[in-house]
Design a protein. Sequence first.
Length: 125
Amino acid sequence: MNLFLEYWLKILDGFFFFAWVGLQHYYMKSAREVARVMGVEKAPILNHYSESIAGAVTIRSFVQQQQFMAMNIHLFDNYSRPCFAYIALVEWVMFRMEFLCNLVFSLLMVGVLLLPDGVVSPSML
């Protein structure tokens, strides 16, 4: 009986291992792309800050503060889109991983409950 259980547990282990690895590869591809887009959207913000600091006197003398503030808000809006996508991506992968962990735990508990009496002694659990 124990050999039978070990056989099925190894099959389940292999299935869940490949499910986790596949989920990791899918997540990593998406995370790299979102990180690349975040880097592309961050560059204009840093450039705008350096231009604003360098030309602060000129901006104030020509009363262009509102224009630079509007541009700053626009750049941050563009940057926040990939940030929200990254947060959603992390939540997506966390939900899938928690689901797989709960599925493994549930299947193991059902398996333990369905075992006939005397197969596993209570001291071993």
